[in-house]
Design a protein around this ligand. Structure first.
Ligand SMILES: *[C@@H]1O[C@H](CO)[C@@H](O)[C@H](O)[C@H]1NC(C)=O
Ligand SMILES: *[C@@H]1O[C@H](CO)[C@@H](O)[C@H](O)[C@H]1NC(C)=O
Ligand SMILES: [Zn+2]
Length: 611
């Protein structure tokens, strides 16, 4: 793998969230002007011919699926237990020892659904709740489905920074341990840690991952792979199909990210080498599904043969605000399909399933400071949560859902001071309702417009683009900025997002993550008592393994047979850091959880002013 791939993953994968995240993770400023690869990488995927190629292949796949069996899902008439509202606030005992499970040692068959709302902080909930009340004309006491199942909150710091990234955040869930920003289920000492998914598989559970970003992205990767740094997505993809010390550990993967599975010789690939992972995976029994037609053929889960990988996009699935239901499945539809299929498949087993479902792009909308896209992402996640509750009530097997976030993104606030005079107390959901596309999409439209005269581009913005967002009062300065950044996708997207944010009076403090506590939700709540109140994110990881009663430590032992920094875990961390120069976070790259350096001012303010 050429070094420059490691240094500039986005040049290939073109994921806006990733690159921003990387810049913020490393403290290295992304030079937007001088960086031609970035803009192209970001936009080229929109025109990606891979979609056309796979559409053709999907037709063949549909024929293959034609021989699949249909197993009807018996309807369970069990009365639905009324979902109790928020449980009484439990006494918060932060000094108490880790909770011991109260259940007897051998419990009956169980399922676990773990949902991650990547980058969703408490303000995202307020924003979306008010947005929904406004757009659907609901009373002020109408709340989101998530709101009804709130049980506590989680502290999110990583081993080396008070502000975590999604990799360290998901490692806390998968391994139940703190690690450094960028770690994919690897500990600060360079050793891999066994994950709840791997342990579940070893114990006889079926396992699955459902996401809206690349399946090789940090959150899903932490459950079924181990690499030193999150941007080693080629290596993650290899481990995910079974090139892993434990062999194949996953039975179902739905999401985006096809480009890491196709050889660099094929159109649309983002791999650094010519390995054809789809061919390899097929040879070892994987079923593949592509495009929305391939998804429809799964008949909401009744037509699934395992193991199955459904990758519906080269990288990210479009934001919900831009997504066409005829082109990409919703998170709720993917979740329902996965649950139904896993439930059918485990019908005659004494073990149930473990399924992780991620609303991945709430985080991306946070990075983009795009409130119009974010409220739709949170709504889509809330709808998926609703579907999960429905399935839990239908299924015979005892099932729990835990939903939480790895961290907050954007430093979102539901207020914004625009002028020096004391601000009015308000924000306007109507502005978000008026916007019909994400800022990412708007930037793409502008970039695709021919390079003609300035006045023609100005006319295009005024006559075609502004009406899409129903912005009627754009000033000359705003329009001039859009014209100037036309070919620089990230900058243009930031301007579009800022135009909406200002008019809605929504505030953001960063294009990166923040350290604010995030919420925990559960259903049924009485089964998640150990997570009531305020918890460290690692306690959520501990809860997951206890619920499934699986032995994660024995998995860790097996993974460590080849020792620290074994080749299968990707490039050695030290080598990566040498190349990248700067370490992640401020507390040092490796070692124990630290507070060293967290209190010191490092002159970042001054540095930032120089750009
Ligand atoms: C594709 O990968 C092979 C190694 O697997 C490498 O030799 C070749 O240079 C790569 N080609 C491109 C265009 O990156
Ligand atoms: C929403 O759009 C309508 C129609 O373009 C416009 O009249 C109204 O002012 C917009 N509302 C806001 C808050 O921007
Ligand atoms: Zn992020």
């Amino acid at each position: 793998m050429p070094a420059d791939r490691l240094l500039s993953p986005a040049r290939h994968s073109g994921e806006i969230g990733d690159e921003q995240e990387e810049a913020l993770l490393t403290g290295q400023h992304v030079d937007r002007k001088g960086q031609t690869g970035r803009g192209r990488g970001f936009f080229s995927r929109w025109k990606n011919p891979i979609i056309v190629t796979w559409a053709a292949i999907a037709t063949i796949i549909i024929l293959v699926f034609g021989v699949l069996y249909v197993r009807s899902h018996p309807v369970d008439d069990k009365p639905t237990p009324g979902a109790p509202n928020t449980p009484k606030a439990p006494p918060n005992t932060p000094t108490a020892p880790p909770n011991t499970p109260k259940e007897p040692k051998t419990h009956k068959k169980r399922n676990l659904i773990f949902m991650v709302s990547d980058g969703m902080g408490p303000a995202s909930l307020s924003l979306t709740r008010s947005f929904r009340q406004f757009t659907e004309n609901l009373p002020i006491d109408d709340i989101l489905t998530l709101d009804k199942h709130f049980i506590g909150s989680s502290r999110t710091r990583s081993s080396n920074s008070l502000v975590t990234d999604s990799a360290a955040g998901a490692t806390a869930f998968s391994c139940g341990l703190k690690s450094y920003n960028g770690a994919i289920s690897i500990l600060p000492d360079g050793n891999p840690c066994g994950t709840v998914l791997e342990a579940a598989k070893a114990a006889g559970y079926m396992t699955g991952l459902v996401v809206t970003t690349s399946i090789t992205d940090a959150t899903p990767a932490c459950f079924n792979s181990h690499v030193n740094m999150r941007w080693e997505q080629d290596r993650i993809a290899e481990q995910q199909i079974g090139d892993h010390p434990l062999g194949r550990v996953t039975d179902l993967m739905f999401g985006g990210g096809l480009c890491h599975f196709t050889p660099n010789t094929s159109i649309g690939s983002c791999r650094g080498d010519d390995r054809d992972l789809i061919k390899e995976a097929r040879a070892s029994g994987w079923q593949f599904a592509y495009t929305h037609d391939g998804f429809k053929y799964l008949r909401m889960g009744k037509f699934v043969k395992f193991p199955i990988m459904g990758l519906w996009a080269p990288a990210d699935i479009p934001y919900d605000i831009d997504r066409k239901d005829t082109e990409y499945p919703s998170l709720a539809a993917m979740a329902e399909t996965a649950i139904t299929a896993l439930d059918i498949e485990t019908k005659n087993s004494d073990k149930g399933f473990f399924l992780m479902i991620e609303g991945s792009r709430i985080d991306h909308a946070g990075h983009g400071n795009d409130p119009a896209a974010q409220v739709r992402e949170v709504r889509a996640y809330d709808k998926a949560f609703e579907v999960v509750l429905k399935k839990i009530d239908e299924m015979e097997t005892e099932t729990i859902v835990i939903s939480t976030s790895d961290h907050e993104t954007g430093g979102l606030s539901t207020a914004r001071q625009l002028h020096e005079t004391y601000p009015d107390y308000l924000w306007y959901p109507s502005v978000l309702a008026n916007a019909s596309h994400s800022s990412e999409y708007m930037a793409k439209l502008l970039a695709d417009f021919p390079e003609v005269t300035k006045s023609k581009i100005t006319d295009y913005i005024k006559e075609e683009l502004l009406p899409l967002q129903q912005i009627t009062d754009a000033d000359d300065e705003e329009i001039a900025k859009l014209v100037k950044t036309k070919t620089d996708g990230l900058s243009t997207a930031y301007i579009w997002a800022d135009m909406v944010s200002r008019r809605a009076q929504i505030g953001w403090s960063t294009h990166g993550h923040s350290a604010v506590d995030v919420n925990i939700y559960a259903y049924p709540p009485e089964l998640a008592k150990d997570l009531w109140g305020n918890h460290e994110n690692t306690e959520i990881g501990e809860f997951l393994r206890k619920w499934l009663d699986v032995d994660v430590d024995s998995i860790t032992k097996k993974l460590r047979k080849e020792g620290t920094h074994a080749k299968w875990m990707g490039k050695e961390l030290d080598k990566i850091l040498e190349e990248k120069e700067k370490s992640m976070g401020v507390g040092g790259k490796t070692g124990e959880v630290t507070v060293e350096g967290l209190d010191a001012y490092h002159g970042v303010h001054k540095r930032a002013c120089m750009h």
